[in-house]
Write a protein that binds this ligand. Structure first.
Ligand code: SER
Length: 354
């Protein structure tokens, strides 16, 4: 399955089979949320629905949300799965269904819709969360050896809704390593986290305390890039169809084919990641500057240019990369097409300045 097909399969499963309202991705700039610089999770723009501050258009929603996370920017291109920009597939319940349905539907999607082998699926749970354990064990039939308690299974982002979570991992096999780093929760690649189910039942306050929410919610997030790698049987996300055409374009400009050396591959991967981020940040109204979101954009853009230089691209090249990104992503995000000329202009000016 192509990345575009996986995204559509997910959204239409929850829309047509599980009565969710499909919403468009929210922009990367958070609205009325001073605790966040950029949207970094599918649930972030939905916080007012979770807390009950705003009545949602439907109590079940599904999205493919554009996200930016730059905390691990130095790892991008060096691991199989770190990105600054990624798409998070999510199904959300605002005081409607809870653990039982979230677990049952995640399993149904993975094993019946995209047909992952169930013997390769493992889950983690919050140690106190017997209820989730029992759903995975008794309802789904997962053996104990596939259910791991992990004490850091508690998910939160800034202030607002948060709670214990249960992560679903795909075992990519022993060829990805057998050392302790390759256990669940480690940094290795063997067990790849593909989906996080958050049982959102607290509201984190400004002072750091946790207030129980009146209504319990579900917040899930599945990485489209990781699901694509699994389904396309690629060892890293950059070799999926969500990145590879960008890598090929950059490789063509540099005259350095993918696979020539570890260092040039890192550069090509960084360029493919960063140009997806740049394109989407500018499309959503962020402009390069020396502070806040604008600084994040400036830093990511300049890193992309620097890695281009490292592999011998001497002329301005971001415009060419942006054309490829827009071509690949316009099906899901048609606004990119309308803003293509503007995105290229903003990126081009910053590239020349640098
Ligand atoms: N909010 C959770 C995450 O980002 C699940 O969507 O992992």
């Amino acid at each position: 399955m192509k990345g575009n097909d996986i995204r559509e399969a997910y959204l239409s499963f929850f829309e047509t089979k599980k009565e969710h309202l499909r919403l468009k991705s929210f922009p990367l700039i958070p609205k009325d949320d001073p605790s966040l610089l950029l949207i970094g999770a599918g649930m972030a723009p939905l916080k007012p629905y979770f807390t009950g501050k705003v009545e949602p258009p439907c109590h079940r929603v599904t999205t493919s949300q554009k996200c930016i996370r730059t905390g691990d920017i130095e790892n991008v291109g060096r691991t199989a799965r770190h990105h600054t920009f990624f798409e998070m597939l999510g199904n959300f319940s605002f005081g409607d269904y809870f653990k039982k349905e979230a677990i049952a539907w995640a399993w149904e999607f993975l094993t019946e819709v995209i047909k992952l082998e169930s013997s390769r699926l493992y889950v983690t749970i919050y140690p106190d969360d017997r209820e989730s354990h029992d759903y995975w064990h008794d309802m789904i039939g997962l053996p104990e050896s596939h259910i791991y308690p992990l004490s850091d299974n508690f998910w939160e982002i800034g202030e607002g809704p948060c709670g214990p979570d249960s992560e679903i991992f795909y075992d990519q096999g022993e060829e990805f390593g057998t050392d302790p780093e390759n256990q669940m929760g480690g940094d290795g690649d063997r067990f790849l986290e593909i989906w996080n189910l958050v049982f959102s039942q607290f509201d984190r306050q400004k002072d750091g305390s946790y207030r129980p929410l009146d209504k319990k919610n579900i917040d899930t997030g599945a990485g489209l890039e990781r699901l694509s790698a699994v389904l396309q049987k690629k060892k890293n996300n950059f070799e999926t169809d969500l990145f590879f055409p960008i890598i090929q374009e950059a490789a063509g400009l540099a005259g350095v084919p993918y696979g020539r050396s570890a260092e040039s591959d890192v550069a090509l991967k960084v360029i493919s990641d960063h140009t997806r981020a740049i394109t989407n940040m500018i499309a959503d109204g962020i402009l390069p500057s020396n502070e806040g979101r604008g600084y994040v954009l400036r830093r990511v853009l300049r890193r992309a240019v620097r890695y281009g230089k490292l592999i011998g691209i001497d002329d301005a090249f971001l415009g060419r990369m942006i054309d490829v990104v827009v071509k690949m992503m316009k099906l899901a995000y048609p606004e990119l097409m309308e803003k293509q000329a503007f995105i290229k202009k903003v990126a081009g000016v910053e590239e020349k300045r640098f």
